[in-house]
Each structure stands twice: as C-alpha cells, then as structure tokens.
Design a protein around this ligand. Structure first.
Ligand SMILES: Cc1cc2nc3c(=O)[nH]c(=O)nc-3n(C[C@H](O)[C@H](O)[C@H](O)COP(=O)(O)OP(=O)(O)OC[C@H]3O[C@@H](n4cnc5c(N)ncnc54)[C@H](O)[C@@H]3O)c2cc1C
Length: 372
C-alpha cells in the first residue's frame, strides 16, 4: 500500500523511477569504483527539473515536499552517491543564493543553478566543528564594503567541482552569517578529494579560506543560524528519503536473491530464519516510508513538522542500515562480493546516519521536543 499520492506526485515518482532504472542503476557500480563526480548524469537530472522542484513555479518548480522526497528516493534507489550530490545542489547548495541575491548577480547564478549548469555547495563543517555549529572558527570581517572570510571547512560535498560556495562564518560571539563565495576568488583553495567508504560518486573535500573576498552577504547579518533552522526539517525529510531509496534497493535485491538461491534442495526463502529477515526488512521499510511521507505531507500542509522530520530521518536511516545489513546476511558470501551491489548499499547507507544531523544529536533534539 502506498501513501495516497495525487496524480502529480505519482507522475514524479514514475518519471524518476524510470530515470533511475535506465540511467543510474546501470552505471552505479562503475561510478562507485571510479569515485568521480558524474557530471553528465548530473546534467540529465537537471533536464528532468529536479534541481528546481522546490523553487517557485515560474522558475521551473512549484513542486511540494512530498514530490521532492519521492524523486529523491528514486534517485537514491539507483545510487546514493549520485542522489546525495543532486540533493545537495537542489536544497542546501542553491537555497540561500536563490533567496538572497538580486539583479545581475541573481541572473548570472540562479537560473543556471536551478538547471544544474553550475554547481553549488554549502560549507558549515570544520575540522574541529561538526555537530556543534557555533564552535566554528571561520570568521568574516568587513573591510570597506567587502566581507573577507578566513578559516577552514571540511567534508564539503561537491566542493571539488563547485562553482558557488555558500559559507557559514562567525560574525560575533555565537552568531553566524551566510556568504556567497565564487570559485576563483583570491585566497580560496579546494583541497584534494577525501577518500570515503561510501557515496563515492558524491565528491567531498576540504575548502580553505585565506582572507577571501565574498561576492555577497546572503540575507541579513547574524541571521545564519535562524536561516539554517528554517531549512532543517526539509533537509531531514530529504535525508530520510535518501535512506529509504537505498533500503528499497537492498530489500529488492535480497528478496529476489532469496527466491533464486537454492540450498538443501529448496529456495532459501523457505527457511524460517531467512523469512524472518525478510519480514523485519519489510516492516522497517514500510514504517520508514510512512514516516518520511508523513513528515513531507505535514510540511506541505503548513503543519509543524520539526519533530516529525527528525523522527523520520532518525528512523529511516537506522532502519535502512538494518535493512542493508540483513540483505548482506541473506546473500552471505555474495553479499560480500564487489560484483553485487549489496556491499555498496551497506557502505553508502552509513552516510545517512551522519548527514542532516547524526542519530545521537537527533535523539537529543527529539527528547528536548518532548518536553516543550
Ligand atoms: C559524506 C559526507 C558529506 C558531508 N557533506 C557536508 C557538506 O556538504 N557541508 C557541510 O558543512 N558538512 C558536510 N558533512 C559533515 C557532516 O555534516 C558532519 O560530519 C556532521 O555534522 C557531524 O559532524 P562530525 O562528523 O564532526 O561529528 P561530531 O559532531 O564530532 O560527532 C562525533 C560523535 O559525537 C556525537 N555527538 C556530538 N554532539 C552530540 C550531542 N550534543 N549529543 C549527543 N551526541 C553528540 C555524534 O553523534 C558522533 O557520534 C558531510 C559529512 C559526510 C560524511
């Protein structure tokens, strides 16, 4: 049974499912092996309108959060690495530039970013500052009428290929502001790509700022943390959708394998232990699907959803990890072989436990929300 989708949402789901099956799935293993950003595929995702979905209709969007979550889930079913890079572009990488630029700058950047012709990214994390955002050291100073940024960012998705950098920097004691920096700005250095365990098609690196002149302050001074808070629920729904897509791929592979693989004279799905794995996977999947869609739907109705989005992200990512692990158990030695995708799902899915807030941090937030 599916969450009652309207015609548009069903069409979005079908379109992205087809794209994922035809374009992403067949190359996912190779992208993982090469650990390269798939620019051509990224542009094709742009042609489908994904990057503009959550922006106003005249700019090619007008889609609700649920449609966006469905599209994201389907991309992740093909490759979490590809989907993570695309989701970063559409949400965090473009949001602030879209919201807070005007005139010629906006004309130069926003349309191309929404079409996927130029790449955006968001720089918050630092070597010594992860979950505790206010501990960041990158600072901004106003000299004349230009802001200059100094500091070091870490783990920045798409940085090796990005044209735009949305940078969070300290503009006071426990106060953050958001800046736009463009590739080529003096003092900006993009470090080497970090070798990761998973989501390898989503390239990640350090970014250094040595007195870098920002193109613009995005929004109002000192409002960075508030802007981020307003976006977090959607980021968490999106991360839940990424987890869900990977979990579905793992479940489908394991179920198919369990029908075909024979031991002791019968398909292994006749054994109670394997059936128990499949049943637990199906329950986890169903619960995660409903939680992600419920949080998305609440957002679309304008209902409070901070708590629901945190719960959905926490549950979906942890459930997806359990599902990928059970898939590997069902496939045993074949689940351990590079030739099969299950080992990739298991490596990739761990990312969803980190991005958008770690599970531990989300539990703290959810518990805090219970007593409000
Ligand atoms: C593949 C990948 C892509 C990324 N892309 C980006 C990006 O594009 N831009 C960006 O800015 N960042 C990005 N990040 C960074 C990511 O957002 C951070 O890794 C994340 O915020 C966690 O920070 P940390 O790794 O420094 O862990 P830490 O915050 O140091 O946490 C370490 C451990 O302590 C726990 N912990 C921390 N605080 C608490 C608390 N209050 N209560 C309970 N437990 C706590 C954590 O859960 C964790 O288990 C990316 C990370 C990865 C892996």
């Amino acid at each position: 049974m599916d969450f009652a989708l309207n015609e548009i949402q069903s069409a979005v789901q079908r379109t992205f499912a087809e794209f994922s099956d035809q374009r992403i799935g067949p190359v996912a293993a190779e992208l993982d092996r090469k650990a390269e950003f798939p620019l051509e595929l990224f542009r094709q995702v742009g042609d489908l309108g994904y990057f503009a979905m959550r922006y106003p209709e005249p700019e090619g969007g007008g889609m609700d959060v649920l449609s966006y979550a469905l599209a994201t889930e389907e991309l992740a079913r093909g490759s979490l690495g590809v989907a993570a890079g695309c989701a970063m572009q559409s949400l965090m990488g473009t949001t602030f530039v879209h919201r807070f630029t005007s005139g010629a700058l906006r004309e130069r950047l926003v349309g191309p970013a929404l079409r996927g012709e130029i790449l955006g990214t968001v720089c918050m994390t630092e070597p010594d500052s992860g979950s505790d955002l206010f501990s960041m050291k990158t600072r901004a100073e106003l000299r004349g009428d230009t802001w200059h940024l100094t500091g070091q960012k870490m783990w920045i998705t798409s940085a090796p290929v990005a044209d735009l950098f949305t940078v969070f920097a300290r503009t006071g004691e426990r106060v953050l502001s958001v800046f736009l920096v463009e590739r080529g700005a003096p003092g900006l250095s993009v470090g080497r790509t970090i070798d990761k365990m998973g989501v390898k098609a989503s390239v990640t690196s350090e970014v250094g700022f040595e007195d870098v002149p920002a193109t613009a302050l995005l929004g109002e001074l000192d409002q960075g943390a508030i802007y981020l808070r307003d976006l977090l629920a959607e980021v968490r729904v999106m991360t839940g959708a990424l987890a869900l897509g990977t979990a579905r791929a793992a479940f489908d592979d394991a179920r198919r394998y369990s029908e075909e693989r024979r031991q002791f004279g019968k398909p292994i799905n006749r054994f109670g232990a394997v059936q128990a794995h499949l049943a637990e996977m199906a329950v986890d999947l169903e619960a995660a699907r409903h939680m992600v869609r419920w949080a998305a739907w609440r957002s679309d109705q304008g209902l409070p959803n901070a708590q629901e989005a945190s719960m959905a992200k926490l549950f979906a990512s942890e459930a997806a990890l359990r599902i990928c692990d059970r898939a590997a158990r069902i496939m045993a030695s074949y689940g351990y072989a590079e030739e099969y995708a299950v080992q990739r799902y298991l490596r990739d899915v761990r990312f969803t436990l980190i991005g958008g807030g770690t599970s531990e941090l989300l539990r703290v937030n959810i518990a805090r929300g219970l007593s409000q």
